[in-house]
Ligand binder design. Structure first.
Ligand code: UD1
Ligand code: CA
Length: 455
């Protein structure tokens, strides 16, 4: 073992074999999303920050789902065929450790909010000169509920740990709770884990019992206390919603601290990867899906839904805009109410201010797309592109039947159905010619009135 814990290699074991029955879901519990991202991936992204040498996820029922979700991440899965408790689950991961020699960090897939700095603090404590056997992450929530309790001895030393089911009233009155997360060396884990029994209220192999086994070997365990939010476990839809609220609140605060104006923070919902530059203003009731980047000075007006969009500086979007994946707005572009954009670029200063659908399109700088314009991009089988040149003007209620190109500076007459390319600076107009019949309306009314009166 190296003395410096930061230098010692790290293996992370994430327990995710539990059934998650309280979710009442066909989706594995740890794959339920928070801010559009599976809770397990929130946790694994935090873990990545620690550059572990190995990551092992313990899976059981629904393992295919979990394995598919982590397939691209170099995570090893270990099967716990029967769920006999948290210590038993860690045991299922031990073979995957192979001859790994270093520190092991044990985390829970349903407890996704632990901070990387807290995990670092645990590892640092493990490497301190008094050489504790185990470092347990504790927390003191407002409501201790059914969490396991941690009874301290001197200083940060743990005298004992007890599951709620097994605890006396005096022990239940203790506020310090077990987060479930702990760290110890691989050698100690291999030595102590097989000595845990299941003689307890649940008949399960409890991971916290490691602390008592270590004590039998004369090794002390210590507590590192984290913030209660770091230890929030998600077991039901209500807890999932509470976790979402917490995440969103934190993100809103971070966005504002970074210089984003939120007029009504509580009504703006971010995705885990939303990136917004300073001096962007977000009006109330805006929802972000994954994959959104917004540059400085842009305003997102009320009731807009935005996902997979790259928005340049000083743009104006909404109210009531819908930007779908592949939407690209270059600087100062404007997208107004009831406009939907998908796989389409709006060049610098281009405008689609009202009631339009732009799909699979490229709109040049300074072009103006009139109200009611539709790119007809789909024939029921394939998608086709529409190209609108710089400075072109598309009259209201035009249907641009793709594939079609409107040249730079061209004007399309309102109400046209455009099926052929229009050259630069030309007028393209396809509607039938207007006729005017003087006096026709007056004669028509007189005739109809007479007919009605005659009845
Ligand atoms: C556990 C702790 C408790 C702690 C609480 C914090 C134990 C015995 N109890 O209780 O002290 O306060 O977490 O949230 O450790 N799992 C498996 N295989 C199993 C059992 C569980 O993989 O056989 C996984 C679950 O998927 C879950 C995690 O381990 O991710 C925790 O299991 P759970 O049953 O939720 O434990 P708690 O009762 O919450
Ligand atoms: Ca739990």
């Amino acid at each position: 073992m190296t003395a410096d814990p930061a230098a010692a290699p790290l293996a992370v074991i994430v327990l995710a074999a539990g059934q998650g029955t309280r979710m009442k879901s066909d989706t594995h519990k740890v794959l339920h999303p928070i801010a559009g991202k599976a809770m397990l991936l929130h946790l694994l992204d935090t873990v990545t920050d620690l550059s572990p040498a190995r990551e092992i996820v313990v899976v059981g029922k629904g393992r295919e789902q979990v394995e598919a979700a982590v397939a691209s991440r170099g995570v090893v899965s270990a099967l716990q065929a029967e769920q006999l408790g948290t210590a038993h689950a860690v045991g299922a991961a031990v073979p995957a450790l192979g001859d790994f020699d270093g520190n092991v960090l044990i985390l829970f897939g349903d407890t996704p909010f632990v901070a990387a700095d807290t995990l670092r603090a645990m590892l640092a404590r493990l490497g301190a000169s008094d050489v504790p056997g185990i470092v347990v992450l504790t927390h003191s929530p407002a409501e201790s509920g059914a969490y396991g309790r941690v009874i301290l001895g001197d200083g940060d030393r743990i005298a004992t740990m007890v599951e709620y089911k097994d605890a006396s009233d005096a022990e239940r009155a203790v506020r310090l709770c077990n987060s479930g997360m702990m760290t110890l060396t691989a050698a100690d884990l291999r030595n102590w884990l097989p000595r845990i029994g299941n003689d307890n209220a649940a008949g399960e192999y409890y991971l916290p019992d490691l602390v008592m086994v270590a004590a039998q070997d004369g090794r002390a365990s210590v507590a590192v206390e984290g913030a209660p939010v770091e230890a929030i476990g998600i077991n039901s839809r209500a807890e999932l919603a509470a976790a979402e609220r917490l995440w969103q609140d934190r993100q809103r605060a971070e966005m504002m601290a970074a210089g984003v104006t939120l007029i009504d923070p509580a009504s703006v919902f971010f995705a885990a990867d939303t990136q917004i530059a300073r001096d962007v203003t977000i009006e109330p009731n805006v929802v972000f899906g994954p994959g959104v980047t917004i540059a400085e000075g842009t305003t997102i007006r009320a009731f807009s839904h935005i996902e997979g969009a790259t928005i340049g500086a000083n743009c104006e979007v909404g109210p009531y805009a819908r930007l779908r994946p592949g939407a690209v707005l270059e600087e100062t572009a404007k997208v107004g109410n009831f406009v939907e954009i998908k796989q389409a670029r709006l060049g610098r200063g281009a405008k689609a201010n009202h009631l339009a659908y732009l799909g699979d399109a490229d709109v040049g700088a300074g072009a103006n797309v009139g109200a009611g314009t539709i790119t007809c991009n789909y024939d029921g089988f394939f998608k086709y592109r529409t190209v609108i040149g710089d400075g072109a003007f598309i009259g209201s209620n035009s249907a641009l039947v793709a594939p079609v190109t409107i040249g730079a500076g061209a004007i399309i007459g309102a109400g046209s159905v455009v099926t052929k390319d229009v050259e630069a600076d030309a007028l393209g107009v396809t509607r039938s010619e207007q006729q005017s019949l003087p006096g026709w309306a007056a004669r028509f009314r007189a005739r109809q009135k007479a007919r009605k009166g005659a009845k």
